[in-house]
Design a protein around this ligand. Structure first.
Ligand code: HEM
Ligand SMILES: *[C@@H]1O[C@H](CO)[C@@H](O)[C@H](O)[C@H]1NC(C)=O
Ligand SMILES: *[C@@H]1O[C@H](CO)[C@@H](O)[C@H](O)[C@H]1NC(C)=O
Ligand SMILES: *[C@@H]1O[C@H](CO)[C@@H](O)[C@H](O)[C@H]1NC(C)=O
Length: 317
């Protein structure tokens, strides 16, 4: 027995360590800050009324956060000294709602100082963003901790819009997410906006034999070229992800089936029978989509990684 003791204690150490840092629960703040979620919802709602782009950016921010180092609010940290943070790297494209999280954090700190992590506030805000857009409500597991590291170089680990289905599957699998989660979560692209830069490669010089990606409907590709000319393009040129970019509906899946998805990655869902079947299912049933989306969001937002409860979401304690 003595022989195994070191192994056993190592095992115990790791299981205790991980259960302490990773155990999320729905009543985590029941005693210490029961008002936290209501406060965040109020702030997100006010800001969404002022700027209709807010829900989309909060949802995307939470996804970027969770995919790098777990949902640890690493996306919220500012660059400091020689370190360039995640938020200052190129894929940040449309991330613009950092002030909303700052406002929510200030409001929560005023009632329960030092208790609620920035990572939890962002997870609440992402859920609220979906609810305020007419999407499903889910119970957010709580108790995430905030991390102390954010590196611009790591944003290369985010899935890219040029990914095919095997690359997408691998990226999600590395985070414990399945193909079902992939198809459900990409329904988030029913909200928001995409800049021309995210799909220019599909409409000009696609490859040696095709100027335009042949998986795009030709009439749609032509209209995209009108919006995104090669020369003298406005800096913020782009297009809404679907005709109802503030409504959390299943239109995005219908557009994929019509060969009108802006991102090659979204189109790739049609390239395996399993994922294509799910696209059909969600295109025809909004309730099936909403149910699957909630479940997959809970999975994605339960990837944890931090150590502390930051006082200011932009800087480590
Ligand atoms: C395969 C994975 C994904 C890729 C490659 C991807 C890529 C992109 C790209 C390129 C944009 C447009 C950025 C721009 O041009 O400004 C975008 C927007 C967006 N993404 Fe994703 N995404 C992925 C997964 C997700 C997931 C899992 C979510 C959330 C659950 C999400 C939520 C959003 C939202 C809401 C927007 C609109 C943002 C806005 O209008 O501010 N994405 N995504
Ligand atoms: C996004 O990254 C660029 C550098 O690639 C930086 O100049 C810009 O300020 C960043 N945007 C935000 C909102 O942080
Ligand atoms: C996806 O792209 C990778 C890298 O280019 C390639 O190795 C793989 O065969 C592709 N998979 C599919 C299904 O096209
Ligand atoms: C260009 O892309 C199309 C569609 O994916 C493909 O059929 C064709 O083989 C590609 N051509 C080259 C030269 O890679």
């Amino acid at each position: 027995m003595a022989y195994f003791a070191p192994l056993l204690s190592t095992f115990l150490f790791f299981s205790i360590y991980y259960s302490q840092s990773n155990a999320l629960s729905s009543n985590y703040y029941a005693k210490t800050c029961p008002q936290a979620e209501d406060i965040v919802m109020k702030v997100v709602k006010e800001e969404a009324q002022k700027d209709r782009r807010v829900p989309a950016t909060l949802l995307r921010m939470h996804f970027h956060d969770c995919f790098l180092r777990g949902c640890d609010a690493s996306i919220l940290l500012s660059s400091k000294g020689k370190n360039t943070a995640e938020k200052d790297a190129p894929p940040n494209g449309s991330l613009h709602g950092f002030y909303v999280i700052d406002g929510a954090k200030r409001a929560v700190e005023a009632i329960c100082p030092g208790v609620v992590s920035c990572a939890d506030i962002l997870a609440f805000a992402a859920r609220d963003a979906v609810v305020l857009s007419g999407g499903p409500y889910w119970n957010v597991p709580k108790g995430r901790k905030d991390g102390r590291i954010s590196r611009a170089s790591e944003t290369t680990l985010l899935p890219k819009p040029t990914f095919n289905i095997s690359q997408l599957q691998q990226s999600f699998h590395q985070r414990g997410l399945s193909l079902d989660d992939l198809v459900a979560l990409l329904g988030a692209h029913t909200l928001g906006f995409t800049h021309c830069s995210s799909f220019m490669n599909r409409i000009y010089n696609f490859n040696a034999t095709h100027d335009i990606d042949p998986t795009l409907r030709p009439s749609f590709a032509a209209s995209l070229k009108g919006i995104c000319p090669l020369k003298n393009r406005a800096k913020n040129a782009g297009i809404s992800n679907d005709p109802s970019p503030t409504t959390f509906d299943n239109t995005h899946y219908r557009l994929i089936l019509q060969k009108k998805s802006l991102l090659f990655s979204d189109h790739s869902l049609l390239t395996t029978p399993k994922t294509k079947g799910l696209v059909y299912k969600f295109a025809t049933s909004k309730s099936a989509f909403h149910k699957a989306f909630s479940n997959s969001m809970i999975k994605m937002s339960s990837l944890t990684g931090g150590q502390e409860v930051r006082k200011d979401c932009r800087v480590v304690n």
